[in-house]
Design a protein around this ligand. Structure first.
Ligand code: KG4
Ligand code: ZN
Length: 341
């Protein structure tokens, strides 16, 4: 079975072909991404209207490229899967309508996929991983702990009460005058900074439960920047290092709390979403897992940030269970994972 996946919920126009194969390294036949980062850079974040127009312009060439890199013709794929939400509605609409039109004209099944489920199941694409597992989903729009019980069954253990982790990275990067997206810029600067020069608060440390919060930390950075006589290059590096250290400490400490909230024993701790590309976070979570005798799984960097292979994969998992969607499926700006059950 070979599925064409389409992803247009944020600022990446992506198409991919994934096949059913027991060996994870043979599953992705193509994974094409046209990144719109350059279009949004001047604004320090994604401009929804610009994103939707760019998706419209680049989606068809990206689909053609994905199918041809997979060595196929469009008619060779067995189904078309596209992100139906949550995300920026204009972009979601473009991808969803393209997928429906293709499915209708090729007479193939169509699958409307939840973008978060794409991130949540990515470790099952990149690794041989059985349910259940605990997942820390950390992206630009979402930050939550989930107990992944089965396909479509996600138990929310805790979530952010304000900003998502990636959003905090992006906002702090903006404060420091660094390039969008902020996560990779902060990580690069942090490598050359002193992580002990400033002490930032570690959000919710020691509190019961596993909710998260980052707005206080962001405010602490803003206040510090405002009170510095000038913001030199070394200051930026040191602030980036101290901020990243506080983020990683918080996510790690909250992870220990999430493990206490599980309803059943699990063997694997998975981190997914764009912020999972952060090496300091990966290392910290890895040592936490060692301590708790859990296997730590982080998908490869290219599958952590938004991509269409993860969407095709969810399509494949669902199609294998005999599911597909109606062509009436609507785009959804908000679509919590728990609603899938
Ligand atoms: O999953 P993703 O590609 O898109 C969403 O669905 O949100 O995540 C993008 C987010 C951005 O906020 C970006 O700054 C963050 O992931 N990010 C990182 C890193 N790479 C991307 N954050 C920290 N460190 C990184 N290396
Ligand atoms: Zn995402």
């Amino acid at each position: 079975m070979r599925i064409l996946g389409i992803e247009t919920s944020c600022d990446e126009t992506a198409a991919a072909v994934v096949q059913d194969h027991p060996n994870p390294s043979c599953r992705i036949l193509s994974n094409c991404i046209f990144s719109q980062i350059a279009q949004h850079q001047d604004y320090g974040g994604v401009v929804p209207e610009l994103a939707a127009r760019a998706h419209l312009k680049f989606l068809l060439p990206t689909i053609r490229q994905a199918v041809s890199e997979a060595g196929l013709f469009l008619n060779d794929v067995d189904a078309i899967a596209a992100t139906a939400g949550p995300g920026l509605i204009g972009g979601v609409l473009v991808g969803l309508m393209a997928a429906k039109a293709l499915a209708l004209s090729l007479n193939k099944p169509f699958l409307a996929i939840n973008h978060l489920e794409g991130h949540a199941l990515t470790p099952r694409l990149s690794h041989k991983l059985e349910f259940p597992y605990v997942l820390l989903l950390v992206s630009g729009g979402h930050c939550q702990f989930l107990e992944v019980e089965d396909l479509g069954r996600y138990r929310l253990l805790g979530t952010t009460m304000d900003d998502a982790a990636g959003e905090a990275f992006d906002k702090v990067a903006q404060l420091l005058g660094l390039e969008y997206p902020g996560g990779p810029s902060i990580e690069k600067m942090a490598d050359k900074g002193d992580p002990d020069r400033f002490v930032f608060p570690i959000p919710l440390k020691g509190r019961a439960g596993c909710n998260l919060s980052f707005s206080g930390l962001k405010t602490a950075v803003r206040t510090l920047v405002k009170n510095l006589p000038s913001l030199e290059e070394q200051d930026k590096k040191d602030i980036a290092a101290c901020f990243q250290k506080a983020m990683v400490s918080s996510l790690t400490e909250r992870s220990t709390q999430a493990l206490k909230a599980l309803s059943q024993p699990v063997k694997h701790f998975v981190v997914a979403g764009g912020v999972a590309a952060n090496q300091a976070l990966r290392q910290s979570l890895q040592s936490l897992c060692k301590q708790y005798h859990l296997e730590f799984i982080a998908p490869p960097l290219s599958l952590c940030t938004d991509n269409a292979a993860m969407i095709a994969w969810v399509g494949l998992e669902r199609l294998k269970r005999g599911e597909h969607s109606s062509l009436e499926a609507s785009p959804l700006p908000r679509w919590p994972l728990q609603d899938l059950h």
